[in-house]
Write a protein that binds this ligand. Structure first.
Ligand code: ATP
Ligand code: MG
Ligand code: MG
Length: 165
């Protein structure tokens, strides 16, 4: 394993609403844990959430996990997308449609990244209760790279449609 000083602290968001979504999350976490380049640290509770966008689809199961990795942000994105594909993710033109697995990088250290393929912090992090609530479970004292404390967002966000399992 590489020099520990190179280890990056990362939060990822997991979501699924097809083909036994809880199992999809478990098997994604297992694959992540098997990687030599990633140490799985912790996962939040699982949450059931109402779908964003098209409403004619099942509720989602969501969670947030804390990882440590020696991978660069883009290499981590490649790895996570390969897991999405292995678990049958089909990218359709419809935005926010049903999927077996979505793995998004929420935070990568305290970095701000703006690349065509990768924007960090994830652009939806502050508006989505199914991201903020599990993230706050793992990191109640977290401060976003722009200086906003997560506690401030949690105190005002609606928890409608979100159920801790
Ligand atoms: P949303 O991004 O609104 O949560 P989604 O997760 O369903 O929607 P995807 O189809 O999974 O969207 O991803 C679309 C593209 O977003 C990916 O191909 C990826 O290059 C890009 N992307 C940009 N920033 C990130 C990020 N922080 N994490 C994951 N993908 C990202
Ligand atoms: Mg997403
Ligand atoms: Mg995604």
């Amino acid at each position: 394993m590489a020099n520990t000083e190179l280890i990056n602290k990362v939060y990822i968001g997991l979501g699924a609403n097809l083909q036994q979504p809880e199992e999809q999350l478990h098997s994604a976490l297992e694959k992540i844990n098997l990687s030599d380049d990633i140490t799985f640290c912790q996962c939040s509770s699982f949450y059931q959430s109402a779908p964003m966008g098209p409403q004619d689809q099942d509720d989602y199961i969501n969670a947030v996990a804390l990882l440590k990795t020696t991978l660069t942000p883009l290499a981590l994105l490649d790895f996570l997308q390969s897991i999405e594909l292995q678990q049958g993710r089909v990218r359709k033109s419809e935005r926010w449609g049903a999927r077996t697995l979505d793995l998004d990088i929420l935070l990568f250290n305290n970095e701000k990244i703006d690349l065509p393929r990768l924007i960090i912090p994830h652009y939806g992090i502050k508006q989505r209760n199914f991201v903020l609530v599990p993230l706050a479970e793992l990191a109640p004292d977290l401060i976003f790279p722009d200086g906003t404390p997560i506690a401030q967002l949690i105190s005002t966000i609606s928890q409608q449609g979100l159920k801790k399992l």
